[in-house]
Design a protein around this ligand. Structure first.
Ligand code: ATP
Length: 262
């Protein structure tokens, strides 16, 4: 597929570059058609958040890195959008934290899971879980294809990182007693509300920051436990929602003052 040329001074350059990656992933069957729409929902919230990593997101990134590092069996769940956007970053994070990588899809087909596995392997992954016969276990109480998990991965994990997740599975994983670290730009989603640690940020920005935090925290495991003891997800999530509210108020005030000037 031919990439379009985005002018270097285009005000929405970064966002358009990310969009191109998703479109490319869709052409390679890595991203499901519904994944394009899910991306659009994320873009909308990113716009409201000012397209940068906020203070609450950074708090959650530190807590997420600490949760992965202190886990007995951490697993990073990967769907099509995640693979298309941050395959290398996820592998880096898995390497630092000792986490396994497992493919888990709402729209599962052999072709898609294979395409995602290949993309991850091209990016340097060695042992991708959850593909083909490996996804032989089931999460109880879940109707969608997302219930299919690897008996050596998500099924037995104590900490699961779920970027761009759906709410049903987050709830099911929590019910199974797992610590769930979510990355979701929508602070109102069921996933964001139900997860143990919610990183309200674009996965493209959050993943390298998670790797950086994990690299640093790995030198100080005592600090990891301390971060986890004081982290309050509900309060932190409220911080992201308040941020959106304040940004909207500021923009509304600017609009009003322009209206008075005119
Ligand atoms: P829920 O079931 O949790 O209420 P949902 O129905 O919105 O959520 P999906 O459509 O399955 O769930 O998930 C997509 C989620 O991923 C959306 O909440 C969207 O905001 C988020 N998202 C999309 N792209 C990104 C991205 N690049 N980075 C972080 N989050 C993203």
């Amino acid at each position: 597929m031919k990439n379009i040329k985005i002018p270097p001074d285009h005000p929405r350059r970064e966002s358009l570059k990310i969009r191109e990656k998703i479109i490319e992933g869709h052409a390679k069957t890595v991203v499901a058609t519904a994944g394009l729409i899910a991306h659009g929902r994320g873009e909308g919230f990113d716009y409201l958040l000012g397209e940068k990593t906020s203070k609450p997101a950074l708090n959650a990134i530190n807590a997420g890195a600490a949760a992965l590092l202190t886990a007995q069996k951490p697993v990073i769940s990967v769907n099509g959008n995640t693979a298309a956007l941050v395959a290398k970053g996820i592998i880096d994070l898995a390497h630092i934290t000792g986490a396994e990588i497992e493919v888990n899809l709402f729209y599962r087909s052999q072709e898609r899971e294979q395409a995602i596995k290949e993309l991850l392997e091209e990016a340097g992954a060695h042992n991708v879980l959850g593909v083909g016969n490996k996804a032989s276990a089931k999460i109880p109480e879940l109707g969608s294809e997302r219930r299919r998990v690897d008996p050596n991965g998500i099924l037995v994990a104590d900490v699961v990182m779920v970027p761009l997740e759906d709410g049903d599975r987050t709830e099911a994983l929590i019910k199974m007693g797992k610590t769930v670290v979510a990355i979701d730009l929508n602070p109102l989603s069921r996933t964001a509300q139900k997860a143990t640690i919610t990183i309200v940020d674009n996965i493209v920005r959050a993943t390298p920051k998670l790797a950086k935090a994990a690299r640093k925290l790995k030198q100080d495991m005592k600090k990891c436990y301390e971060i986890l003891r004081y982290f309050d997800n509900k309060r932190n999530l409220a911080g992201s929602i308040i941020l959106i509210k304040e940004r909207l108020s500021e923009i509304a005030e600017k609009c009003e003052s322009l209206n008075h000037e005119g």
